[in-house]
Design a protein around this ligand. Structure first.
Ligand SMILES: Cc1cc2nc3c(=O)[nH]c(=O)nc-3n(C[C@H](O)[C@H](O)[C@H](O)COP(=O)(O)O)c2cc1C
Length: 204
């Protein structure tokens, strides 16, 4: 049973858009609080964040909480023993989500999604997600990681077999100093995609 419980049925609000933001081990995870703050300027929006262990190195959980969301990690999923009937975090979060963003998506998580691996909270949610839930992947990685032949194959599988939307990456000077393709789509454009897809309206 999880220490912090999350039950989709009680967490979902009528007429709200429930945005699940998954962050992975790329520097671009620092943008998470900005994305959340911007999304919460729209009416009837709720945001929850699921972070891989590595992505937690790039932002403070307190900054996400200040922005108005909670961070869920593998430790929440595996904090105790389960008995039959207990809520299972990755299932509850996928039941809750109306739209899922993997932003940023590391090369590692991209490879896991393409291979069907589900060895952490983030990839377990994705593997258990209904195919009708709109899901957007925003790859972010070093240029040579992006140009690695496996990356193109993983993106092809994620698009054509798993049927997620893959957006970006874009070209610019990366955090590591290299210039080239690999940067995450601008965070405002990430928000723009959700606004358009879910027809969000700014709070008056
Ligand atoms: C400072 C730092 C920055 C990193 N930036 C990236 C990145 O932008 N993209 C990427 O794919 N991997 C990056 N990595 C490597 C990933 O964090 C590593 O592959 C990790 O296993 C990813 O785990 P996850 O996919 O479970 O989050 C970076 C590593 C470090 C130490």
């Amino acid at each position: 049973m999880t220490a912090r419980q999350f039950i989709a049925e009680t967490e979902r609000r009528p007429d709200h858009t429930h945005v699940l933001l998954i962050t992975t081990g790329s520097v671009a995870s620092i943008k998470a609080p900005l994305i959340i703050k911007e999304l919460l300027k729209y009416s009837n929006v709720k945001v929850e964040v699921v972070s891989t262990k590595e992505s937690l190195a790039f932002f403070k959980t307190a900054d996400v909480e200040d922005a108005g969301a909670r961070v869920w990690t593998d430790e929440d999923e595996w904090s105790g023993t389960y008995k039959i009937g207990d809520p299972i975090l990755h299932i509850e979060l996928r039941r809750w989500a109306d739209i899922v963003l993997v932003t940023p998506c590391s090369a590692n998580t991209l490879a896991k999604i393409a291979s069907g691996l589900c060895d952490n909270l983030a990839t377990s949610i994705l593997r258990a997600l209904a195919p009708t839930t709109p899901t957007y992947i925003f790859p972010a990685m070093n240029t040579l990681m992006y140009e690695h032949p496996l990356t193109a194959e993983h993106i092809r599988i994620v698009r054509e077999v798993v049927r997620y939307n893959v957006v970006g990456p874009i070209g610019k000077r990366l955090a590591c100093g290299d210039i080239g393709l690999g940067a995450m789509t601008e965070w405002r454009d990430v928000v723009g995609i959700v606004v358009e897809k879910m027809e969000l309206q700014l709070k008056s």
